[in-house]
Design a protein around this ligand. Structure first.
Ligand SMILES: [Zn+2]
Ligand SMILES: [Zn+2]
Length: 157
């Protein structure tokens, strides 16, 4: 799934220039990092990783680069009710599972047929539907509470 830096640069340059942006090393570094991780990082997490490769890059530049990638359709932005945002190098339609304890975000492997999702909006008078978002919430494997009866812990022994 991971493409080489050369082909990712070509794809990035084409998409940026089509949308009226310039190709820059900073944008390329942010894009490469985002495409190589499944962790759905925040802007700050991207900054922490990318500044090791691009000395002198600022959080503001990382943030603007991420927004540029989203505007070009090269990345997706997941926003939450508390104003926080996470970025995703995957732009194909998929849903997410989020750990309510550590905020880890994972791609959900499953799909719900579009016609099933359409039924959710049926009977909503006057609502012009343009999309939907679906998020699974729960505990990741690191945060999952231990079960009282030990049935799942016992399987590990
Ligand atoms: Zn967790
Ligand atoms: Zn994702």
């Amino acid at each position: 799934m991971m493409s080489s830096p050369e082909s990712s640069n070509v794809r990035l340059r084409r998409a940026l220039e089509t949308a009226g942006y310039r190709f820059t090393e900073q944008r390329a570094a942010v894009y490469r990092f985002l495409c190589g991780t499944a962790s759905h990082p925040s802007a700050d997490e991207v900054f922490q990783q990318v500044r090791a490769q691009v000395p002198g890059i600022s959080l503001a530049t990382v943030y603007k680069s991420l927004e540029t990638l989203v505007n070009c359709g090269l990345a997706a932005k997941l926003t939450y009710g508390d104003g926080s945002a996470r970025y995703d190098g995957r732009t194909d339609p998929h849903h997410h599972a989020r750990c309510v304890s550590c905020d880890r975000v994972m791609d959900a492997p499953g799909r719900i047929p579009d016609q099933d999702l359409d039924t959710l909006g049926q009977g909503l008078d006057g609502f012009f539907l343009v999309g939907y978002r679906l998020e699974l919430t729960g505990f990741c494997e690191n945060c999952r509470p231990l079960e009282e009866d030990g049935s799942s812990a016992g399987a590990m022994n």
